[in-house]
Design a protein around this ligand. Sequence first.
Ligand SMILES: [Zn+2]
Length: 448
Amino acid sequence: MFRATIGISLFLVTLLASAQEWDFTLHKHQSGMPGPTLLVIGGIQGDEPGGFNAASLLTTDYSIQRGEVWVVPNLNFESIIKRSRGVHGDMNRKFKDITQKDPEYQLVQKIKKIIRDEQVDVILNLHDGSGFYRPKYYDRLHGPQRWGQSLIIDQAELPAIQYGQLENIAEAIVAHANGYIKNKEHRYHVKNTETRLGNREMEKTLTYYAIQNNKAAFGVEASKSFGTHYRAYYHLQMIESFMQYLGIDYQREFELTINSVKHRIDNNIQVALYEKKMFFDLRNVRDRLRYVPMKKGEPIDFSASNPLIAVLDKDRYYNVRYGNRSVTKLLPQYFDFDNSLKAINLVIDGTEREVQLGDIISVQEKFQVNTSKDYRVNVIGFTRPGLRSEQGVMIKRSDIARRYSVDQQGKLFRVEVYRDHYFCGMVLIDFSQRPVAAVSSQQADTSL
Ligand SMILES: [Zn+2]
């Protein structure tokens, strides 16, 4: 867990996203109380953001009080980041046969092992599907040819396992979820693909692999007719219906409405660099941030507030990506790093406080940095002629050139600390008086 500022902790996950390694992450919400284990998988196809954003929120914004919820929010991470259905073909057709030469061979083997884990009781694979599934043809967008707003089963039952009454369970879940959906067009239907009876396409899918390994599995489809946040909202509603059905107790950090889902997706963009020597809140960030201190000759080291964030090395700059979106470019300035300093003293609106490097600090009016003379302070965008270091100077928002802010609103500024020509770390000063990042209290479990 990483403390970003007093009283607020942020979920931070460390992700590997070098060109060769596009690993997914497994997050285990463990309650310590006996109960079933639900495995939720998002992002098997990179162009279905409703599913992977819902799974990401399940990772960062939920806690579990009974039973367990395991989440893989970014199964096909490379395709998510590259905005492709499947950079190496459709991953959801690789569960029957796959050659060792397939670039996704290791990933598929790894998720198969998680699926077969004896603790896993029920599996949900989240998708965004076209139109609206209906058992009978209604029109081009509504009929058996469509997938949106459906709960998919491969067969009616899987005898001899606890949650093997797939059709009964699916009908119960759909009835429950539909109770919350006023708009009739948006209501879910159960779709049975009868895979065992010769459905050659569905035989190759993740859910059918699970079924063949005696795991209760469901495909959950939100409609591509909706925007991303709307789809994620419906996905979360379905996931919660499953958790309630299974007796898994949970808490979520936001109200489940379309607006708050959108707000959480749009605002949960924080990145820490180099063991949190720097912490960037990238809400409404500028297109590019210049002169970001980076370590010479080493791959970038970062962690992020959600598992859909990647920082890609583009040679001359780093591209911060979040799911299907491009967030900003970091233009590096290379330094050797100094580890001698962990915190600095700041006078914030008249009150002196010790602040950790890597913190974000809310300031109403003015601040002043106090460090020993061994260190040099650089408030990015502030200059005073003849001043080599900016410690001991009381600085107001209006003293800093707005174009140097991190955010587009001109409220968020960098304070960097150096010793000689070594970089020590950064503190972010936030003049917006907005609450700092909505909170999530989960511990990141990035095992596997
Ligand atoms: Zn899909």
